[in-house]
Design a protein around this ligand. Sequence first.
Ligand SMILES: NC(=O)c1ccc[n+]([C@@H]2O[C@H](COP(=O)([O-])OP(=O)(O)OC[C@H]3O[C@@H](n4cnc5c(N)ncnc54)[C@H](OP(=O)(O)O)[C@@H]3O)[C@@H](O)[C@H]2O)c1
Length: 375
Amino acid sequence: MAAVTHHPFLSSKLLQTTKPNPIRIGPTAVRMSLQETAPSLAVVGVTGAVGQEFLSVLSDRDFPFRSIKMLASKRSSGKRLTFQGCDYTVEELTADSFDGVDIALFSAGGSISKEFGPVAVERGTIVVDNSSAFRMEEKVPLVIPEVNPEAMDGIKLGTGKGALIANPNCSTIICLMAATPLHQRAKVQRMVVSTYQAASGAGAAAMEELELQTREVLEGKSPTCKIFKQQYAFNLFSHNAPVLSNGYNEEEMKLVKETRKIWNDKNVKVTATCIRVPVMRAHAESINLQFENPLDEDTARNILKNAPGVVVIDDRASNLFPTPLEVSNKDDVAVGRIRCDVSQEGNHGLEIFVCGDQIRKGAALNAVQIAEMLL
Ligand SMILES: NC(=O)c1ccc[n+]([C@@H]2O[C@H](COP(=O)([O-])OP(=O)(O)OC[C@H]3O[C@@H](n4cnc5c(N)ncnc54)[C@H](OP(=O)(O)O)[C@@H]3O)[C@@H](O)[C@H]2O)c1
């Protein structure tokens, strides 16, 4: 994965230069002003789209820490970044990186998580992992703090015992932020999800490619296709995740399997179609719900208005509903187009349209909220 760190749609202001830092503060910059009791942190994949957002979210939420390590691949070793007014040097991720680290936020891809997650746990670190590497392992909690915080019971800081906690897939998080409060009231029996997924979901390099292609196409040139096989600008295509033998792609099956695990409901029926659209940042999803118990649209709207981390944008008179631009860089997931499904009898079906910033609530924010639950 090639991380690009200066895209205008990313929280990239933090990374300043690729030149070696003349005043090297490292390997760990210790923030003397903070309490000794605050945890020591590591951000794995700090130069990537999610890694940069981790720093933004930690800052925005004033997450307490006594030290923080900035880790990425060898390629980034020596890059400088400033965070909360302090200079840091990016270090190459190695097994020794986790010595003395209480909480590690991982976003460097599944293979890195598989290799280094268990190493970190062995050294007593609590790992919050953004990849799909451990999500479906029975003993690994898969957590959305607003939905199933109880899954983390028993994992505590300060015991010297490491642990793995998985962040769900970004489309799953955004979907369940809206669907769960309704499920808790009327019990979802079947959910049909269609996604419209942004470039940012495929990392910083994909965002760069969309921008480059847009310019190339407008200039009459043929588009550069490195990250995706097909032209992305002015187009859309089935999600780039590998297609499985059942015809679903991996992204779609994540929605199916992760929902069952998070809701602790093996019987809930979920099906999904995932599409990549030429939006720079934030995913949209059309969600059709079928309930065991009746739920009318006014009650559903009220439930959603009161749901944590959810905002309702549902102005039929002005035809104003959630958009990816509206939710970019925002914490809340926006829900609109709330209406009874006319194809189902007796208020047993509902249609909703959801938008959420998948780098933020779909990745970095959710992981930092998990870390906050450890404090
Ligand atoms: N983008 C999203 O919305 C999103 C949402 C949920 C989950 N995720 C997951 O988060 C992970 C990262 O996604 P991203 O979008 O941030 O990707 P990205 O922008 O491509 O960034 C990848 C990061 O991984 C680092 N990395 C790559 N190889 C490494 C190695 N050998 N050792 C250490 N670090 C290495 C990169 O460092 P260099 O700069 O040194 O190459 C970079 O910091 C993936 O598992 C992805 O599935 C992403």
